[in-house]
Design a binder for this molecule. Structure first.
Ligand code: ADP
Ligand code: MG
Length: 583
C-alpha cells in the first residue's frame, strides 16, 4: 500500500472536526510521517470501543540500533522487550489529549519482568523496528475532535516513538545489556540437559519479590543473596557474562526442606518462573529451569476430562473408573493427580510441588494411617510411592518443598535445607536419619507405571461461538479466559505470567480447535503442531490482524487451558489402546 503524506492526514483530521465518530474510518491506511511510516490498521467504532490499532515502521537509520543488539533470536527478543517497556511507560506519561471514553489514550502491551517473544515490538536484524499499539481517537460524546486527533497522531505519537524506540533514548550500553542478558539466559538453560541438571540458581541471585502482588525484586538491603552449597556448586561459561557459578539442581528427586519462613517457597517460585528469562535488574536473570518444568498443585473444584489417574487413585467409593477419570468437581487429591498426569501427557520433564499448595493426603500416608485405614479402604496411592518410579520409568524429575513430612527422605536423591534463606546440602544427613528412623511404611503401589496413553480431544466438544460471532475469546487479567460462552478459571495455572501470554494461549486454543483437532489426533501431537507453526511463522499466526498483544507461551499452559474446558470430551485413540500401555 502506498503511504499518503502526513500533511494530508492533518488536513483530513481537521476536516473531521465535529463530524460523527464513524467518519474516523477515513484515517485507515498508511501515512508517511517525517520520521517513519505509520499504519492505522483498524479504526474503533465509537469512543468506548476497543481503541484503534496502529503500527509504526522505523528504519535502522532512525532507530540507531547496533546490529549486535538485534541478532535474530534471544538478542532481538531482549532488545524488543526493553523497547516495548519503555514505549508503554512513555505512552502512559503522554496523556494530554482528552475527551470521551478512551480518547487520547496510547497503550502498548508491555512485558513485565519476564522476557518473552512478543508482538508489541519486533526488532529486525538490520536494526529496523515495527511497533504495535493502540490509540483512542478523541471525541466529545460521539463528535470527532479532529484537531485533537491530529495532535495525537502527528505530535504525541511521534514524541513517544522518539523517546522509546531508538538508541538515543537509552543510556550507552543499556540496550546491549538487555540483548546479552537474554542471550545468556537462553544459553544457560540450553546447558542444563547435557549437565544432567533440571535448574540452575546463580550465586548472588535475588529470589524474593517485593510483595505477594509484585514481581519486582525485594529492595536490596533486605535481601539475603543466594549462595549455593559448595557441594552443589557448578560453573558455567556464558557467551556474555563469562564464567558464573551457582547451584545446579540435578535430575531425580530433590527435596527442599527447612523451617517455616526460611525461604523454601521463594526458591521454588523462582524455579517456576525460571522457565522464562528475566530482564536485567530482576535478580533472577541467571535463575533458569528446564523448559519442561511444570508447577503442580491441588486445585479442588476443577473440571477433569478422561485422564488416567489410576497410578494414584483407584477404587473410588462411587465405583468410577479412574483410568478415564472425569469429574466436574475434583477433590484436592484427584485434582493434583490429574494435574500430574496431564503435565506428563504434555511432555513435562520436571514437576515442581510446594506443600503449601498440595493435598496432604495425596503427598503422604504414614504408617499409623496405613494401620488404621487399610489399603482396601484408601483409593490413594500417595505421591511418595510413585515419585521415584516417575523418574526411573518416565524420566520425570521432581523438586518438592516439604517442611512437614520426613517420609520422603528415603526417596530423595538430593535434600536441600533452607536456613535463613541459605540452602545447605543435607543429603547425607537425610540418608542417615532415614536409616536410623525407618518410617515403617509399606510401599503401596499396584501395577508399575507403564507408558502413557494420550487422549484425543474432540473438536465438537468446544464451542467458541457467542451471539453472532463465530469465534469469541475474552481475556481478563492473567488467569481468566472466556471462550464462546464458557468461562475458564486458570487461577491455579501459576506459570501463566501476563495478559498477552494468556491471550496467545486463548488464540492457540482456537487455532488447535479450528485446524488441528479431529477427534483422533492426540493432545501431545496437537501441542507439537501448534508449537511448530508458531516456530515457523511467528506469533502472528495466532491472530492475522497484526496485533501487538500476543506473547509466547509453552505447550503446558495451552494444555492446561484446554484441560480445564468444562465441556471438553476426549477419547483414547484405538492405536494407543492396543499398545501395552497399562497402568
Ligand atoms: P517458607 O516457604 O520456607 O515458609 P518463604 O519462602 O515463604 O518461606 O519466605 C518467607 C519470607 O521470607 C517471605 O516474605 C520472603 O519474601 C522472604 N524471603 C525469602 N527469601 C529471602 C531472601 N533470600 N532474603 C530476604 N527475604 C527472603
Ligand atoms: Mg512455604
Amino acid at each position: 500500500m502506498t503511504a499518503r503524506p502526513h500533511t494530508e492526514l492533518r488536513s483530513l483530521l481537521h476536516g473531521l472536526e465535529g463530524k460523527s465518530y464513524k467518519a474516523f474510518k477515513a484515517v485507515r491506511g498508511h501515512w508517511n510521517l517525517p520520521d517513519f511510516v505509520m499504519s492505522v490498521d483498524h479504526v474503533q467504532g465509537d469512543p468506548f470501543a476497543d481503541p484503534s490499532r496502529v503500527r509504526v515502521f522505523l528504519d535502522p537509520a532512525f532507530t540507531g540500533l547496533e546490529t549486535r543488539a538485534c541478532r535474530a533470536g534471544s538478542r532481538a527478543t531482549g532488545t524488543a522487550c526493553l523497547l516495548a517497556r519503555r514505549f508503554a511507560q512513555e505512552a502512559r506519561k503522554s496523556a494530554g489529549v482528552k475527551g470521551t471514553g478512551r480518547s487520547g489514550e496510547i497503550r502498548m502491551e508491555a512485558p513485565g519482568q519476564e522476557v518473552l517473544d512478543q508482538t508489541a515490538v519486533r526488532v529486525g536484524e538490520d536494526g529496523s523496528v515495527e511497533a504495535r499499539f493502540t490509540v483512542g481517537l478523541p471525541a466529545s460524546g460521539r463528535r470527532i475532535l479532529g484537531k485533537e486527533a491530529a495532535r495525537l497522531l502527528l505530535d504525541v505519537v511521534p514524541r513517544v516513538v522518539r523517546s522509546s524506540l531508538r538508541a538515543q533514548a537509552f543510556t550507552p550500553g543499556e540496550i546491549l545489556l538487555h540483548a546479552a542478558c537474554n542471550e545468556d539466559a537462553d544459553a544457560l538453560r540450553e546447558t542444563l540437559d547435557s549437565r544432567g541438571l533440571v535448574a540452575f540458581v546463580e550465586d548472588g541471585a535475588v529470589l524474593p519479590r517485593r510483595s505477594g502482588v509484585s514481581q519486582e525484586p525485594l529492595a536490596q538491603g533486605q535481601v539475603v543473596p543466594f549462595e549455593s552449597p559448595p557441594s552443589m556448586r557448578v560453573e558455567v561459561d556464558l557467551p556474555n557474562a563469562g564464567r558464573i557459578s551457582g547451584m545446579g539442581i540435578p535430575e531425580g528427586v530433590t527435596l527442599i526442606v527447612g523451617g517455616g519462613y526460611h525461604g523454601k517457597s521463594t526458591l521454588l517460585k523462582a524455579l517456576e518462573r525460571g522457565v522464562y528469562n528475566h530482564r536485567p535488574g530482576d535478580g533472577r536473570e541467571r535463575v533458569v529451569s528446564h523448559r519442561a518444568a511444570v508447577k503442580i498443585r491441588a486445585e479442588d473444584g476443577r473440571s477433569v476430562q478422561g485422564i488416567d489417574i489410576s497410578p494414584f487413585i483407584r477404587n473410588l467409593p462411587n465405583g468410577q473408573d479412574t483410568r478415564t477419570f472425569t469429574t466436574a468437581n475434583a477433590s484436592g487429591s484427584t485434582s493434583q493427580a490429574a494435574n500430574i498426569m496431564e503435565a506428563v501427557e504434555a511432555g513435562a520433564r520436571v514437576l515442581l510441588v510446594d506443600e503449601d499448595t498440595a493435598a496432604t493426603n495425596f503427598m503422604i500416608r504414614d504408617r499409623r494411617m496405613q494401620t488404621l485405614i487399610p489399603r482396601e479402604m484408601e483409593p490413594i496411592t500417595p505421591f511418595v510411592d510413585r515419585i521415584r518410579e516417575l523418574y526411573q520409568a518416565l524420566g520425570v524429575s521432581s523438586v518438592l518443598v516439604l517442611g512437614g513430612s520426613g517420609d520422603y527422605l528415603e526417596v530423595a536423591d538430593t535434600v536441600l535445607a533452607m536456613k535463613e534463606y541459605r540452602p545447605r546440602d543435607v543429603t547425607r544427613e537425610a540418608r542417615e536419619v532415614a536409616a536410623f528412623l525407618p518410617t515403617g511404611r509399606v510401599r503401596e503401589i499396584g501395577e508399575p507405571l507403564g507408558p502413557l496413553r494420550p487422549r484425543a480431544p474432540h473438536p465438537s466438544s468446544l464451542d467458541p461461538r457467542r451471539g453472532r460471532r463465530e469465534e469469541s475469546l475474552k481475556v481478563r487479567g492473567t488467569h481468566e479466559l472466556t471462550l464462546g460462552l464458557e468461562d475458564l478459571d486458570l487461577s491455579s495455572v501459576e506459570q501463566i505470567v501476563s495478559w498477552a501470554q494468556l491471550n496467545a494461549v486463548g488464540q492457540g486454543l482456537l487455532l488447535a480447535w479450528r485446524d488441528l483437532m479431529d477427534g483422533s489426533r492426540s493432545l501431545p501431537e496437537i501441542l507439537h503442531l501448534v508449537e511448530e507453526r508458531i516456530a515457523a511463522e511467528g506469533l502472528d499466526i495466532l491472530d492475522p490482524r497484526k496485533v501487538g498483544n500476543l506473547a509466547a507461551f509453552r505447550r503446558f499452559e495451552l494444555a492446561a487451558a484446554l484441560n480445564r474446558i468444562r465441556t471438553l470430551q476426549v477419547s483414547v485413540p484405538a492405536r494407543y489402546l492396543s499398545s501395552a500401555g497399562d497402568f
